[in-house]
Write a protein that binds this ligand. Structure first.
Ligand code: EPZ
Length: 432
C-alpha cells in the first residue's frame, strides 16, 4: 500500500487544473446503458472509481474502450441485467445501474449496495420511486430485484428525512426517460451533477425539463441515440483546493471551473474574512488564515453547503482563532476525520451531529490514517499546514476521488511524496 509523506508549513502557490466531476461521471457512465449506440464521454477524471464503473459496465455486456486518460467510449449493444455483489459492494455509486437497467431492459437485479464509513446509506427512496413508476421491487438474497414490465410515467415525490437524494434522482430520471407517459419528480436533487446527466440525456433524445431544479418533468420516449458529452468540472475538488489554500495561507488560481457551483463555500469563506476573486470560469484565493474568523456551517442539499466539503472545512477551522460549529445534516456521523485531526493537535468535540471546533494556532504533524474519501482530503490539507512531518496511510481512499492529487499539489509548489508503506519509519508503524 502507498502512503503520503507531507512536510508541513507549506503554502500553496500557483494554478492547478480541476478534473471532471466524479459524481457526474459515475451516473453518466451508467446512462450509456440506455442506448445501443456508442457514447463518447470526455473530461472524465482518471480515478479508481471510474475504472471500476467501467469494469462493471463491461461485466453487463457493454463494449467499453478507453480512448485516452480522460476519454471513454461506451456502447451497450448487448446488455445483461444482473450486477453482481462482488462488484457492486465495492462502490455505492453502482446503485446508479438500477435506473438504466429498468429503463432499457424492463428488469434489473442489482446487489444491495454495501455500507460505508460515512454512515447508513439507505436506498428506500430509490425503491419507493421505482414502485411509483409501476415496478415490482423485491429484496431477495441480498439483491434488489426489479420487474419493470409495467413501467409507466408517474408523479414521484423523492424527499427523505435528510432532504433529496442525488443518485436516487439520477435513477428515477434514467428509469423514466424510456417509460411511457409523463413522470414528474418533486423534491428532486438539484446538484450540478444531476443537471449534467440531464443535459447528456436530452442530447440523446430524452424529453426532460427542469434538470437542476427540485421539480423535473420527463416525457418518456421509445429509444435514445448515442452522443458525445464532456463532464462538468468537479466542484468538490475545486473546493478542496480552495480550502487547502486558505488553511496554508497560499495564493492559488483555479481555471476552467464553474464558480457558481461553489457559491455556498464562497459565501462561508467570505464570512470568514477571505476575499476570493471570482471570474467567469476561475477563482483566485489569497488568504492569511491568521486573519480569518470562525464561521458556522450546516451541510444541506445543493445549493446549500455540500457535505463533501464538510471535513475539509473542519480542517480549516481548526487553525482559525475562535469557536466554530459545523453541523452535518446529510450524514450525521460523517466525522471520521475528527480523531485523526485531534491526533494532530486539533481541539474538536462532537456533540450529536455537530463538531465544536476551538481554533488553535497550528497543528503538528503526526502519523494518520485515511478513511472516507473526503476525510482523507481533510487530512492532506491539515498536513500541509501543520508543523513538521505527517505520514498519511491508505491513500487509496484519496485516489478514489482526486485525480493525481500529489502531482497537482506539486504544481502548487508543495512537497508531497507518494511512497510504499515500507518506507514509513518503524517508530511510526508501531503507533499506527
Ligand atoms: C451522492 O451520494 C454523492 N455520491 C455523495 O458523494 C454525496 O455525499 C451525497 O450524494 C450527498 O450530496 C455520488 O454522487 C456518487 P444521497 P448519494 O442519496 O446519492 C438519505 C463523495 O464523497 N437517503 O443524496 O448516495 C441519505 O442517507 C460521495 O463523493 C435516504 O434516506 O447520497 C443521506 O442522508 C460521498 N434514502 C441523504 O439522503 C435514500 O433512498 C442524501 O443521500 C437515499 C438517500
Amino acid at each position: 500500500m502507498k502512503v503520503f509523506r507531507i512536510v508541513g508549513g507549506q503554502a500553496l502557490h500557483g494554478s492547478v487544473p480541476i478534473s471532471g466531476a466524479k459524481n457526474a461521471a459515475l451516473p453518466i457512465f451508467a446512462a450509456c446503458l440506455l442506448t445501443d449506440q456508442p457514447c463518447t464521454i470526455t473530461n472524465v477524471p482518471d480515478l479508481s472509481d471510474i475504472r471500476f464503473m467501467a469494469e462493471i459496465l463491461e461485466h453487463l455486456g457493454a463494449e467499453v474502450t478507453r480512448l485516452d486518460a480522460n476519454s471513454w467510449r461506451i456502447c451497450a449493444r448487448e446488455l445483461k441485467c444482473v450486477a453482481p455483489y462482488e462488484l457492486v459492494r465495492q462502490m455505492r455509486a453502482s446503485i446508479c445501474l438500477l435506473g438504466p437497467l429498468v429503463g432499457r431492459m424492463r428488469k434489473a437485479r442489482v446487489s444491495f449496495p454495501g455500507g460505508c464509513v460515512i454512515g447508513p446509506r439507505p436506498i428506500d427512496l430509490h425503491i419507493k420511486g421505482l414502485r411509483k413508476l409501476g415496478c415490482q421491487v423485491e429484496i431477495e438474497g441480498g439483491f434488489i430485484v426489479v420487474d419493470a414490465s409495467e413501467l409507466r410515467g408517474s408523479p414521484v415525490f423523492l424527499g427523505g428525512r435528510n432532504g433529496s437524494t442525488v443518485t436516487g434522482t439520477a435513477n428515477m430520471i434514467m428509469a423514466a426517460v424510456l417509460a411511457p407517459g409523463v413522470t414528474v419528480i418533486e423534491n428532486a436533487a438539484a446538484e450540478p451533477e444531476v443537471s449534467d446527466l440531464c443535459e447528456m440525456l436530452v442530447r440523446m433524445g430524452a424529453r426532460i425539463q427542469g434538470g437542476g431544479s427540485h421539480s423535473i418533468r420527463i416525457e418518456g420516449v421509445s429509444s435514445l441515440s448515442g452522443t458525445t458529452h464532456s463532464i462538468i468540472p468537479d466542484r468538490i475538488e475545486a473546493g478542496t483546493f480552495l480550502l487547502a489554500a486558505a488553511m496554508t495561507g497560499g495564493d492559488i488560481q483555479l481555471n476552467g471551473i464553474i464558480p457558481s457551483h461553489n457559491s455556498a463555500l464562497l459565501d462561508r469563506l467570505e464570512a470568514a474574512g477571505a476575499r476570493p476573486d471570482v471570474g467567469v470560469d476561475s477563482i483566485r484565493l489569497c488568504t492569511d488564515p491568521g486573519k480569518l474568523r470562525p464561521v458556522d456551517i450546516i451541510t444541506m442539499p445543493y445549493p446549500g453547503f455540500p457535505t463533501d466539503l464538510q471535513a475539509q472545512m473542519c480542517s480549516l477551522m481548526t487553525v482559525v482563532d475562535g469557536i466554530s460549529i459545523i453541523t452535518e445534516r446529510i450524514y450525521p456521523n460523517r466525522f471520521m476525520h475528527v480523531p485523526e485531526l485531534q491526533r494532530m493537535g486539533a481541539d474538536i468535540s462532537i456533540e450529536g451531529s455537530s463538531a465544536i471546533i476551538k481554533g488553535t494556532s497550528s497543528l503538528s504533524g503526526a502519523p494518520v490514517m485515511a478513511s472516507d474519501l473526503r476525510a482523507s482530503a481533510a487530512l492532506v490539507i491539515a498536513a500541509l499546514a501543520a508543523r513538521g512531518e505527517t505520514w498519511i496511510q491508505r491513500v487509496y481512499h484519496i485516489d478514489r476521488g482526486y485525480e493525481r492529487i500529489d502531482e497537482k499539489l506539486r504544481m502548487l509548489s508543495v512537497t508531497i511524496e507518494r511512497l510504499p508503506d515500507s518506507e514509513m519509519p518503524a517508530s511510526i508503524k508501531e503507533i499506527a
